[in-house]
Design a protein around this ligand. Sequence first.
Ligand SMILES: [Zn+2]
Length: 307
Amino acid sequence: MATVRKRKIRVKKKNFAIFVIFVMFFVFSLYEIGFVIYKVITTSEPKVDEKVPKKKETKKETSDYEKKLKELNNVDQKVTYFRKDNIDRYLTYKRNNPDMDDIQVIKNVNMNLDLTPYDDKVKALNIGKNNILVNKYYYLDKNYVPDNLEPISKVYALSGMKLVSEAKDSFEEMCEAASNEDLSIVAMSTYRSYDYQIDLYNRYKRQDGIEKADSYSGRPGHSEHQTGLAVDVYDGELNYTSFEKTNEFNWMQEHAHEYGFILRFPKDKVDETGYVYESWHYRYVGKDIAKYIKENKISFEEYIATH
Ligand SMILES: [Zn+2]
């Protein structure tokens, strides 16, 4: 009997031990599940310690930017062509030109007058359009040839002269109108390829030295003649450099814009265009832009910088 009881007790102990292990296992599982749930909740919520410094940073950036705007007398509210990306350049330029009007600072930097010609060049703006900008800061690739180049009627041009179709039609219309007043406008240089410009520029460079050559001739890729929208004219008699003395010049001063052409390198805009005055070089920009430039007496550079 005694051994039977002992055995029963042993069995009970064994069951109890299994029960305890089972309970421990159950509790542990609950803990595990709880832990997983806790993890899910905490990771799905934005972390507080990541959020706070970000907010602070944005505030700091804003206030730095606002400080800069303040130094520029909040000129961004006065003009539509304030370019946020240029803000540090505006500041530097303003500090270097303390007496300059703030709006002029914005315009000049937009025209890249704070940069070094040819050193800080980027691709031409508005490629393929009438408002394409090519100058000492904007270049065309070696292989850029405009679409729709067409020869100009020999009545109004030396042989082999080509312009982009729309410019060519307008040029002929302009020449015809002038000829109705017994004036003779003749195209003597129009579209020029990159390779042609290499030869031309090198010739000028040999002849006059780099500095002088740069004042009147575009380096390859930087000549407006590569756009197919520029034309050098003369009266069919005098050398083109004397075009200013002709009646044709006076007529063009009054009427070229009606046909979408502008005098591209005016006498009073040398600093903006980067080229000496050229009474013979005209650029097709379309009638609306030509009219605006004429009425506001601005350079094409300033037009682009403010639009
Ligand atoms: Zn020219």
